[in-house]
Design a protein around this ligand. Sequence first.
Ligand SMILES: [Zn+2]
Ligand SMILES: [Zn+2]
Length: 402
Amino acid sequence: MVIQDPGAVPADLPVPADLPAPAAVPARAGLPVPDVPDVAAGEPMRAVVVTAHGAPAEVRDVPRPACPPHGVVVRVAATGVCRSDWHAWQGHDPDVTLPFIPGHELAGTVVEAGPEVDEWTPGDVVTVPFVCACGECDACLAGEHQVCERQTQPGFTQDGSFAQYVALDHADVNLVRLPPGLSPVTAAALGCRFATAYRAITVHGRVRRGQWVAVHGCGGVGLSAVLIAVAAGARVVAVDVSPEARAAAAQLGAEVTIGPDDDTAEGPEGLDADARADAVAKAVRTVTGGGAHVSLDALGSAQTARASVMGLRRRGRHVQVGLLLDGPTPLPMGRVVAWELELYGSHGMAAHEYAAMLARVVAGELDLDRLVGAVIGLDEAPAALAAMSGPPAHAGITVAVP
Ligand SMILES: [Zn+2]
Ligand SMILES: [Zn+2]
């Protein structure tokens, strides 16, 4: 167990060479002016195609999708490479049928709108939640679009945004207009990881100034949570096996970072998974003076979920953000009862909730640019997906520009 307490974190912790937003992508540079004519429905476009789970994806020409009557087609300006894409590629998600185009974190420009769409026209610059809601089911009528009963998800239930164009359903319900000048590279994270972290911290976690927030797993959604919690005035303890991820969390304001001794996912030898989780949880309770008020499993595994719950203080709140797609996840319900813990599932954020978050981004309170770790081309996306099977080569969000 490596714990860096406040005294041990140097103020000028070195930045991993590939963490900051690359100089080639100026922050808030705005969307590039299209310099090529748009591709018509059925005409060839470049896309990343998965034909077999776990086998290398191919970049090739496929027909541009048609526009749904209630939807739009968006020219993709940037698309994030998310762990959910990795799960889909691996075959963990039952909604996915082969072959498919991954990708659900996108920013781009509307090029075609269906006849039933009232609010959007070609030229509008948009992003979209990864859950595209129907707008009509009981959940949607209650405003809870993120758990829509008839949701569609680009990259899962239909082709996604690892492509030059993507079709999106029910545009009037789901599209979010991007503020002028917001870089598409940074905006790409809004549709999934940043928005999910924002809602986990603000709605589920109800984090208040001075409270301790533990974040287990400091990939894209975890680092987003660190940034948002710090902006809320919380004290953050960040847990990750990767030293680069821990350094990135410290850069974003995490007061304490915790990792295993040997920096491998297995942790100290001789301990089973529950014991390793409990060792992490004990370290969290120690540095927070009794446990975190709010804790997120931002990775999604039985071990990180248990560590998150066990690291809480009495009446604490656990938010399960990372997808748990590899089987049942036993949790210590005895502790949940005895300490009156609250457990929340998190599934993104409805489009109608974006305005408040975007206002804070535009005001400079939440600096998304700091979360971007690498910008790649579409040709590199298959390798970026495959790289998620191992430890991350760099901290922060990887964004592909088709
Ligand atoms: Zn995602
Ligand atoms: Zn619905």
